[in-house]
Design a protein around this ligand. Sequence first.
Ligand SMILES: O=C(O)C[C@@H](O)[C@H](O)C(=O)COP(=O)(O)O
Ligand code: ZN
Length: 284
Amino acid sequence: MSLVPMTEFLPRAKKEGFAVGQFNMNNLEFVQGIAAAAKEERSPFIFGVSEGAMRYMGIDYVVAMAEIAAKESGVPVALHLDHGSSFEMVMKCIQAGFSSVMFDGSHYPFEENIRLTKEVVKAAHAVGVSVEGELGTIGGVEDDVQVDEADAALANPKEAIRFWNETKVDAMAIAVGTAHGMYKGEPKIHFNIIDEVSKNIEAPIVLHGGSGVPDESIKQSIQLGVGKINVNTESQVACTGVVRELLNDNPDMIDPRKYLGPGREAIKETVKEKMRLFGSSGKA
Ligand SMILES: O=C(O)C[C@@H](O)[C@H](O)C(=O)COP(=O)(O)O
Ligand SMILES: [Zn+2]
């Protein structure tokens, strides 16, 4: 299959009560591990690419790898800019072949976020590319930037509903208490915000900071209208843990295939578990 916008599967996800995972790509092993998981689970999925990851891999490599993964896996795959910081970056990704973009205007004043997101939606929808917008500030480490807990701010439901009515984004990320990176304790998710916003907008809610959220909270969020869940840290932890152990136990190991292969397998298993938990297995 070729790359598709998120609108190919997100409206169905909200209607049928499952969520599609955004799994971030960091290198070739992530691309292969995620695609292999999706093929085995027959699950649609979203490749998330942060600006930092794009700088590391190169935009043309990113698009080429995602296109091959979509063809190989045979399931619907969206290639999605994660936390896009500007209109220019969004345009660059669309021109390079991305099928979906996030414009993260959450650090702008509310009215400015609406204005900028509307511009992105107009340009992206004109060429069949789906758009995610964001409201509120999610804590933790986002790409390379640390947002302290004190600076994290929950989304205001009334504002979120107005934001959607004015922008008509295809997926609505709102800060509801999750954070990027691993949690020290258990996250306090504000299910009432998800519920109120979801009931009043057509688009599914996006849960950023999906790593380390207890299974029961994930299931409850999906029931209330979360249709897209982002996971990066848990795949990184699984991969790096295996690689670290292998290198510690085998100081003479120098062939990268010998430690990155098992790392790739660990990513695949992590992603398969998430697809089952999110209910997207068998939905391709
Ligand atoms: O940091 C990244 O590169 C990606 C994340 O911002 C992604 O959008 C996300 O929400 C992942 O959450 P996590 O796996 O709980 O850190
Ligand atoms: Zn995020």
